[in-house]
Design a protein around this ligand. Structure first.
Ligand code: SF4
Length: 179
């Protein structure tokens, strides 16, 4: 039986335009903005080897390990709890911000933004890669950017729902100096 690969993903319109296959050095695909106003992988002209590398990172390809496989391969001594409903996990903790003024700038309780702001302020990360509004009248309404201040993380904290891909920002960041 043949493996359901990245060409099948795109041919069957299952590509969500994430951009993983266009991040070097995993693949040589590029991204295009389609007439349906979504990002989609452009596989035209790729060699069999390049398609295999792209398939290995496409989440809808059978060649890409799923979350359960990744959770089993955390390295020596690392082991997660596991359950049929949620897969691998270290700990499950419900919560939300206690400050209602900050909640207005957040989504889903605001815990992700809280952790990201803490990491930035404590100097444990150089920046946060996340989605912002482009303000554009045409084309993508959102894109990925890098926030390096607490204020930027807060201002871009809400969820946004439009087609978005991350290859451009990761290809720009790779090897540019900071961690
Ligand atoms: S990796 Fe992402 S962008 Fe590339 S084909 Fe798969 S879903 Fe589409």
């Amino acid at each position: 039986m043949s493996v359901f690969g990245i060409t099948d993903v795109v041919a069957n319109r299952m590509c969500v335009g994430c951009g993983a296959c266009a991040v070097r050095p995993a693949g040589e695909a590029s991204m295009r903005w389609t007439v349906r106003e979504i990002h989609e992988a452009d596989l035209d002209g790729l060699s069999a080897g390049a398609l295999a590398r792209a398939s290995a990172v496409c989440p809808f390809s059978d060649a890409c390990p799923d979350e359960d496989a990744l959770a089993r391969d955390l390295g020596p001594g690392e082991r997660l709890e596991a359950g049929p409903e949620v897969g691998g996990y270290r700990r499950v903790v419900p919560g939300r911000l206690a400050d209602d003024r900050l909640l207005a700038w957040a989504s889903s309780g605001g815990l992700t933004g809280y952790v990201l702001r803490k990491l930035l302020v404590q100097g444990q990360v150089d920046g946060v890669v996340h989605v912002r509004s482009t303000g554009a009248a045409d084309g993508p309404l959102v894109d990925y950017t890098v926030s390096t201040t607490r204020e930027e993380v807060l201002a871009r904290g809400k969820s946004r729902y439009h087609s978005v891909e991350f290859s451009a920002v990761f290809n720009r960041l790779r090897g540019n100096g900071p961690r």
